[in-house]
Design a protein around this ligand. Structure first.
Ligand code: GLU
Length: 417
């Protein structure tokens, strides 16, 4: 009988259970850590450009807030579900804990396809969604940020709606906002840069002293696009890039800047002349040294994991690999840099943005990037050391470190009242 397909929430819980058992966490604490603290579902009505009324569904979830205010992005995507947002909120808790940020985990989402909406409609969705969750968010409560399908402009609308409601400017309510509204230098490409620092640290522990390596990047949004550019600038060869429209392949190397220019004009990778066009699934079976999944969750599955030939998988996306696929990658001795580590650069610079805003003292891009590198390298080597000492893979090491810290904080605070 074919195995029943689990969704990302069930898979996230499965991984958490294994981690908590490995840490011998008591049953009561296990129950506590499995549950989100707060889950909100809202209706988001707007009047469209055509004058009709449309209703969108929105969510905001706080997972655990014992280490600090809830932190996490807002996703606009047609496939958003409550279970997905719950899983991503939980991953934010572990991510912030792993890299040592004083935040808990949150996530939000609206079931909408931003590519099919006008700027005016997106603004109305954003403002009404913000209004509906306004009691949940705030600089000391829960700080939203960009995620799939949202950007600095969406953050500016959240900031404005929240500020109008409070009667004064509250720039600290979001991170990933435009620089002119108090955003941080380096936030835009921070997730990608953090991922690249993890790749460089991996090469170091593997004893590889060269960037002469072939890279395949799945997804060409904020994370995949910027990672491809940074790696290209460092001398890595980007041999393949895929998105929903297909996969561009050139054994001799692609120029991600040129592809970006093509994408801005054509809105699709299709038609790009300097590459062979393959099916988007082919990205997983190409011969390469590094595979960087930077799209959505559940992309590396039991069905394609065995075809992966890379030595390193750096998870720029959240939850791109299913637990079944994980076992196959492990069997094939592929070094996986897990999502909570590999893509923690974004929330790290969000933290820098929050700190800079609180101090009203802003850093240069160089300062931001140096501080980001310090945090990413510290987290990488802590995880790597833990994995060697405890004979577990990097995902399990990251998970055990992160969950143990949250369990400790939760235990110390105790149960209110
Ligand atoms: N959406 C990003 C993530 O999944 C960033 C979250 C943030 O900066 O709060 O890590």
């Amino acid at each position: 009988m074919p195995k029943e397909k689990k969704n990302v929430w069930e898979m996230t819980l499965e991984r958490l259970d294994a981690t908590m058992d490995a840490l011998s966490i008591k049953p009561g604490m296990q129950k506590y850590l499995r549950q989100p603290r707060k889950t909100t579902e809202v209706s988001v009505p707007i009047k469209t450009d055509a004058g009709t009324i449309e209703i969108f569904k929105g969510y905001r979830v706080h997972h655990n807030t014992n280490r600090g205010p809830a932190k996490g992005g807002v996703r606009y995507h047609p496939d958003v579900t409550l279970d997905e947002i719950k899983a991503l909120a939980m991953l934010m808790t572990w991510k912030c804990s792993l890299v040592g940020l004083p935040f808990g985990g949150a996530k939000g989402g609206v079931v909408a396809d931003p590519t099919k909406l006008s700027a005016n409609e997106l603004e109305h969705i954003t403002r009404r969604y913000t209004f509906e969750i306004i009691d949940m968010i705030g600089p000391e409560k829960d700080i939203p940020a960009p995620d799939v399908g949202t950007n600095a402009q969406v953050m500016a609308w959240i900031l404005d709606t929240y500020s109008m409601d409070k009667g004064h400017a509250v720039p600290g309510v979001v991170t990933g906002k435009p620089i002119s509204l108090g955003g941080s230098q380096g936030r835009e490409d921070a997730t990608s840069r953090g991922c690249v620092y993890c790749i460089l640290s991996t090469l170091k522990v593997m004893g590889i002293d060269s960037t002469d390596m072939d890279v395949a990047v799945q997804g060409f949004g904020n994370v995949g696009g910027n990672a491809a550019k940074i790696l290209h600038d460092l001398g890595f060869k980007i041999i393949a890039i895929s998105d929903v429209s297909g996969c561009l392949y050139n054994k001799g190397g692609l120029d991600p800047f040129d592809i970006d220019a093509h994408l801005k004009k054509e809105k699709t990778l299709a038609g790009y002349k300097e590459a062979e066009i393959l099916n988007r699934e082919d990205i997983f079976s190409l011969k390469c040294d590094i595979l960087l999944p930077a799209a959505l969750e559940n992309q590396i599955t039991e069905a394609n994991a065995a075809s992966i030939k890379a030595r390193i998988v750096a998870e720029g996306a959240n939850a791109p690999t299913t637990p079944d696929a994980d076992a196959i990658l492990k069997e094939n001795k592929i070094f996986v840099i897990p999502d909570v580590l590999a893509n923690a650069g974004g929330v790290t610079v969000s933290y820098f943005e929050w700190v800079q805003g609180n101090l009203s003292y802003f850093w240069t891009k160089r300062e931001v990037n140096l501080k980001l590198r310090d945090i990413m390298e510290k987290a990488f080597y802590e995880t790597y050391k833990f994995s060697l000492e405890n004979k577990v893979d990097m995902r399990q090491a990251a998970s055990m470190l992160a969950v143990s810290r949250v369990a400790e904080a939760t235990g110390l605070r105790g149960i209110y009242p």
